[in-house]
Ligand binder design. Structure first.
Ligand SMILES: *Cc1c(COP(=O)(O)O)cnc(C)c1O
Length: 365
């Protein structure tokens, strides 16, 4: 049996007519940037998340950069990010001119450990960027408490967690702003690159929109040295076609995760942990295994696609060599990098496929 790590086909087949209709609508209107589709999706997505505003942009990285810039973060500032995340989180901080400060995760949840944040705060710290990694919501109460105590901004990186809730409340509504990615493989994916920032502060939303549109508040009037990062009409229309199905797709991921959690019984495997405050959306089903590379080879040879999130921690990447870190500086991030393996997880996986993955993992000696 061949099981890809991810496949968009099952959903695309179901929504085939809607997606083609979305293309038709935009193409017939012949209007491609800053139009009705963009406005329509932004309104629907803000409503979905539960914020007052949503501003579409080109991708998830830009969503975070725009949020940071709109909140006044830049040269000379420090921003706390988890030591284990996709590098986009850190790069967003770097692009503003601020310095990234890594904080280790809780080894059970893989999300930033709130208990370690205070020790990383200096008089230059301006913000915390919690990442709801793998679709598991961060422990937001203590994070917001620390932010309040030190007057820090909170920018949630929601790129992997569309629809996840913390104590029953949607992630993306806790911080001053939150960035989402609609990269095709995310829980809500466009048919190309796309992203959005959400916030409930009008001035922040206005700034984000201006920064992403050449710093322009109205046509040919430029108040900031802005960027060009807008959500194009075509992607907005595709996203509007998919959004009504997001909860159903997440439910399906929960069902698959439930089957994995129940069926995988190999003592060499550490299964994901779900905190009592969390309703995750399983962007990634991350297991850990001491003999990760052997397990990966074994599964791949059995036709099962896997992935590693992420094989090299950020502090050891060439891109951040200037920070001067070495092996051993962030042992938990390094441990996760060395032992994590991501299993197939996508809407439309069949029971036969799920059972096959479980059986193969249990067979691994
Ligand atoms: C995907 C991702 C991003 C960046 O999103 P893009 O749309 O690819 O730019 C940022 N943060 C995390 C945690 C991500 O997984």
């Amino acid at each position: 049996m061949k099981i890809p790590f991810v496949s968009f086909r099952p959903l695309e087949k179901e929504l085939d007519r809607d997606l083609r209709q979305a293309f038709e609508t935009v193409y017939t209107n012949s209007w491609y940037i800053e139009g009705e589709e963009d406005a329509k999706f932004e309104k629907a997505f803000a409503e979905y998340v539960g914020t007052d505003y949503c501003v579409g942009c080109g991708n998830g990285l830009d969503a975070l950069v725009l949020a940071l810039k709109a909140l006044g973060i830049g040269d000379g500032d420090e921003v706390i990010v988890p030591s284990n995340t996709y590098i986009a989180t850190a790069l967003a901080v770097t692009y503003t001119g601020a310095k990234v400060v890594f904080v280790e995760p809780d080894i059970r949840t893989y999300d930033i450990d709130p208990g370690l944040i205070e020790a990383a705060i200096t008089d230059k710290t301006k913000a915390i960027m919690p990442v709801h990694l793998y679709g598991q919501p961060c422990d937001m109460d203590p994070i917001m408490e620390i932010a309040g105590k030190y007057g820090l901004k909170v920018i949630e990186d929601c790129a992997q967690a569309h629809g996840a809730t913390y104590k029953g409340r949607k992630i993306g509504t806790f911080g001053d702003a939150a960035g989402f990615s609609f990269y095709p493989g995310k829980n809500l994916g466009a048919l190309g690159d796309a992203g959005a920032t959400v916030t409930s502060v009008k001035e922040v939303a206005d700034k984000i929109r201006a920064y992403g549109n050449y710093g322009s508040d109205y046509k040919y009037h430029h108040i900031y040295k802005g960027n060009n990062s807008r959500l194009d009409e075509m992607q907005a229309a595709f996203l509007s076609a998919k959004l009504p199905h997001l909860d159903r797709m997440n439910e399906e991921r929960r069902r698959i995760a439930g089957r994995y959690l129940e069926g995988i019984k190999n003592p060499q495997i550490i299964l994901p942990y779900v905190a009592d405050y969390a309703a995750p959306v399983w962007h990634i089903f991350a297991i850990r295994c001491e003999r990760r590379n052997e397990l990966e080879k074994f599964l791949n040879e059995a036709g099962i696609g896997t992935n590693k999130h992420y094989p090299i921690p950020m502090h050891l990447q060439g891109a951040y060599a200037d920070l001067g870190f070495k092996e051993g500086d962030f042992p938990l991030a390094e441990l996760i990098s060395a032992t994590e393996l991501s299993l197939p997880m996508y809407y439309g996986m069949t029971d036969e496929q799920i059972n096959y993955v479980i059986d193969k993992i249990n067979e691994f000696a």
